[in-house]
Design a protein around this ligand. Structure first.
Ligand SMILES: Nc1nc2c(c(=O)[nH]1)N(C=O)[C@@H](CNc1ccc(C(=O)N[C@@H](CCC(=O)O)C(=O)O)cc1)CN2
Ligand SMILES: Nc1nc2c(ncn2[C@@H]2O[C@H](COP(=O)(O)OP(=O)(O)OP(=O)(O)O)[C@@H](O)[C@H]2O)c(=O)[nH]1
Ligand SMILES: [Mg+2]
Length: 425
């Protein structure tokens, strides 16, 4: 096994920068730099080959396999200057039996050494990417083993169903004490209900990861771009008193009370002979249609050629000009803005609450294949098919569940999963 090293902290200036060394020669490598390696932790001068001091570092020694990777690890916690980091990495690169780590390689070792399962690795990747509270919470549940525990519970239920059915084969000649089929059906149906909920939640989880899209739509000149700028707190879009100012789609990403949201400002919708504006309107209609939510700036009677969908929000534009009647918003004065934000957040919080522990398309694919196998099991039972065929189908369903935590059939997925990691993780 190679010994690998990499900076665990991002490049640039920081209070502290961490370099991790992992593998059988980790301690020997650290010894070359700091002389005597502490048994657990200690402050040491790090020196180059000729004895010149590189830095005074906190050295952590994770002896044996008691580390994040499950193999010997030494961490060099340096003063976070780019020059120090560069000099220490250069020194390490000169040592024999040591090479710099590939992206995700530390975590790959944690997986191989059983410190994490595959679902937890994915949770960890999302946790590191998390920028908002909703993203952090859903990633943390998976990293902490929430999905793994569910997969284990489904597996246990399906194994019990198999055991019950196999008992009927083993005792075929005798009188089977009880009819096992009600319990088998129950185990399978409960698992399927659970899986259906998780599948639904997984779609929302992907929105949480990518950010929910909110399209601001309305006729030209109603104040869409002004509202976007007010929400963003900066001049993201050009505004003017000329109708038809916005043509391109303008996107602004925001953290809305923990929920990642991308606001989309588009051309005002109207019939026009201006070829460029026409293209803008086409884009507006298409983006609005596919967004997760639409905020209409319009008078109630005005029918735009964009369908109002469930949860969509309608506001009377330029509320400052005609105060009082109904729900209005003004990008100019900020009137009604907090209420609008609260309503958007409420809509998405309700959706986010449906997220369970299946958060990736890969999880959904495995769950859907498990579900279709369980659906076959139910039909086979109904058709009175031979019990060994039913059990075979159930075992296929168990294998689908096992893919989630990576017990089977996932070698070809690992490259894809680890490619999303950075070097040093
Ligand atoms: N300095 C530092 N901070 C870090 C990490 C790290 O590697 N280094 N982590 C990396 O992502 C995270 C913490 N995760 C870790 C997980 C396990 C072990 C570890 O040494 N486990 C041993 C011993 C456990 C113990 O001492 O209680 C083990 O599992 O046997 C260390 C960090 C976040 N903070
Ligand atoms: N009084 C008042 N004026 C506003 C408000 N919002 C925008 N305006 C003005 O209305 C005009 C149009 O604003 P924009 O934000 O460019 O309107 P838009 O909907 O993006 O227009 P298009 O890009 O052409 O579709 C500008 O002169 C703004 O200053 C508002 O809430 N109150
Ligand atoms: Mg505009």
């Amino acid at each position: 096994m190679d010994t690998i090293y990499a900076a665990a902290t991002p490049p640039g200036r920081s209070g502290v920068a961490v370099v991790r060394i992992s593998g059988p020669k980790a301690k020997a490598a650290a010894k070359a730099l700091c002389g005597n390696v502490p048994t657990s932790r200690g402050v040491r001068k790090l020196r180059d080959e000729s004895g010149g001091v590189l830095d005074e570092a906190l050295v952590l020694n994770f002896e044996g396999a008691a580390s994040f990777t499950g193999e010997p690890v030494v961490e060099l916690q340096l003063h976070g200057s780019p020059a120090i980091l560069k000099s220490v990495l250069a020194e390490l690169s000169k040592l024999p039996d040591l090479r710099s780590a590939e992206a995700g390689e530390f975590t790959r070792r944690a997986l191989d050494n059983g410190k994490l399962d595959l679902a937890q690795v994915e949770g960890l990747a999302d946790l590191i990417d998390a920028e908002t509270e909703a993203q952090r919470l859903q990633a943390l549940r998976v990293f902490e083993g929430g999905l793994s525990a569910k997969a284990e519970a489904w597996r246990a239920d399906l194994i019990r169903a198999i055991a019950l059915l196999e008992a009927t084969i083993d005792f075929a000649d005798e009188e089977v004490p009880t009819d096992v089929f009600p319990e088998v059906n129950d185990l399978i149906n409960r698992t399927r209900e659970d899986i259906a909920r998780e599948v639904e939640g997984s779609f929302v989880a992907e929105r949480v990861k990518e950010g929910f899209e909110v399209a601001i739509v309305g006729r030209p000149n109603v104040g869409k771009s002004t509202l976007l700028n007010r929400l963003a707190g900066r001049d993201a879009a050009i505004t003017s008193e000329i109708a038809g100012t916005t043509r391109d789609v303008i996107e602004v990403q925001m953290d809305l009370k923990g929920i990642p949201v991308t606001f989309i400002d588009t051309a005002g919708v109207r019939d026009t002979d201006d070829q460029i504006e026409k293209l803008g309107v086409e884009r507006a209609v298409s983006r609005a249609k596919h967004a997760d939510l639409r905020v209409f700036l319009k008078e109630n009677k005005d029918l735009l050629e964009i369908q109002v969908q469930a949860d969509d929000i309608i506001r009377r534009p330029k509320a400052d000009l005609s105060p009082g009647d109904g729900l209005g918003v003004s990008g100019q004065t900020g009137e009604g803005l907090d209420e609008l934000v609260d309503e958007i957040v409420a809509v998405f919080e309700a959706r986010v609450s449906s997220v369970g522990v299946a958060i990736k398309e890969r999880h959904r694919v495995a769950l859907l294949s498990c579900d279709s196998q369980l659906s076959d099991v139910i039909s086979k039972i109904a058709l009175d098919e031979p019990v060994d065929l039913i059990c075979e189908e159930l075992r296929a369903a168990v294998r689908s569940v096992d893919m989630i935590v990576g017990h089977v059939d996932v070698e070809d997925l690992l490259g894809e999963i680890f490619s999303s990691f950075c070097i040093g993780k």
